[in-house]
Design a protein around this ligand. Structure first.
Ligand code: COA
Length: 258
C-alpha cells in the first residue's frame, strides 16, 4: 500500500498505525480520511486483531484542517462532516480493537478520532479539547455524540461549550482515557497491550465490541448524519466564516452573533 499520511506496520495479529505528518501536526483533511478508510479495509483483510494508533511528533492530531474548512460552503462542510463520521464509524464497527496512544495534542477531530477508538491511553504530555466553539463551529466528526456517552453530558457540555483544553490527568479523571503514562513508555506499553489482545480470539473480540456498542455507548449512522447537518448550519452563519478565517489569519475572531 502506498501511504502518504500514515505509516503502517503489521505484525503477528496486531498493527502499529502512525499518523505521519508531524510538520502539519497530523491535521485531518479529506486525503487523510480517505487513506484511513483504505487502511481499515486492509487491516480487516489481514485479520489484524489489535491496532495501536498514534501520532508522530508533538501531536496525536491537532484537528480537522481549519485552512481547508475556511474554504468550504455549507454543502461542502456537510459532506466533510459526513465523510469523517463515516470513517470514524468504521473504526467503531471494525472487528479489530483500536488503542489510541495519545502522545500529544488531541484537539477537535484529533480528540474525536481518539473517541472512536476502543481504548485510550495517553502520555503526560497529551492534551485534549473540542475547541471548535472558538472557531465559530461545532465538532463534526462524532464529538457531539461520542463525548457525552464517554464522559457524561455534564462534562461534555463544559468541554464543547467552552472549548477549553484539558490535561491528561483531567481527561483521566473525566473517564476519557484509562491510563496516563510517561511519554517514553507510552508506545511500548500500548504495544504490549496490543500483543496481549492479539492472543485472544479475533471473532470473540469483535462480538464483544458489538455487544458493548449495543449497550447504548455506540453511535448510530443516523446520529452522525444529524451532527453533519448541524455542522453545516454553522457554515451558514457569519460567525462560522469569521472564526475559521480568523484562525487562518492568526488573529482573534470578532463574532457578531449572526
Ligand atoms: N488546521 C490547520 N492548520 C493547523 C491546525 C489545524 N487544525 N493546527 C495547527 N495548524 C498549523 C498552524 O497553522 C501552523 O501552520 P504554519 O506553520 O503554516 O503557521 C502549524 O500547523 C503549526 O502549528 P502552530 O500553531 O505554529 O504550533 P504551536 O505548537 O504553536 O501550537 C496548537 C499548536 C495545536 C496549540 C495550535 O496549532 C492550535 O491551536 N491549532 C488548532 C487546534 C484546533 O483548533 N483544532 C480544532 C480544529 S476543528
Amino acid at each position: 500500500m502506498n501511504l502518504k499520511c500514515f505509516e503502517l506496520t503489521m505484525e503477528d495479529g496486531w498493527a502499529l498505525l502512525e499518523m505521519a505528518r508531524p510538520e502539519k501536526l497530523n491535521v485531518l483533511d479529506e486525503g487523510v480520511l480517505r487513506e484511513l478508510h483504505q487502511i481499515l479495509g486492509t487491516l480487516k483483510e489481514q485479520k489484524i486483531k489489535a491496532v495501536v494508533l498514534t501520532g508522530q511528533g508533538k501531536a496525536f492530531a491537532a484537528g480537522a484542517d481549519v485552512a481547508a474548512m475556511a474554504e468550504m460552503d455549507s454543502q461542502a462542510a456537510q459532506d466533510f462532516s459526513r465523510f469523517g463520521n463515516k470513517v470514524f464509524q468504521e473504526i467503531e464497527d471494525h472487528p479489530a480493537v483500536f488503542i489510541a496512544a495519545v502522545n500529544g495534542y488531541a484537539l477537535g477531530g484529533g480528540c474525536e478520532l481518539a473517541l472512536a477508538c476502543d481504548l485510550r491511553w495517553a502520555s503526560t504530555r497529551a492534551s485534549f479539547a473540542q475547541p471548535e466553539i472558538g472557531l465559530g463551529i461545532i465538532p463534526g466528526f462524532g464529538g457531539t455524540q461520542r463525548l457525552p456517552r464517554i464522559i457524561g453530558a455534564t462534562r461534555a457540555k463544559e468541554w464543547i461549550l467552552t472549548g477549553r483544553r484539558y490535561s491528561a490527568q483531567e481527561a483521566l479523571a473525566a473517564g476519557l482515557i484509562s491510563q496516563v503514562l510517561e511519554p517514553e513508555v507510552l508506545l511500548q506499553e500500548a504495544t504490549k497491550l496490543a500483543q496481549e489482545l492479539a492472543q485472544k480470539s479475533g471473532p470473540i473480540l469483535a462480538i464483544a465490541k458489538q455487544a458493548i456498542a449495543s449497550s447504548g455507548t455506540g453511535v448510530k449512522e443516523s446520529q452522525g448524519e444529524t451532527e453533519a447537518r448541524f455542522f453545516a448550519q454553522c457554515f451558514e452563519t457569519e460567525d462560522g466564516l469569521e472564526g475559521l478565517q480568523a484562525f487562518v489569519e492568526k488573529r482573534a475572531p470578532l463574532f457578531k452573533d449572526r
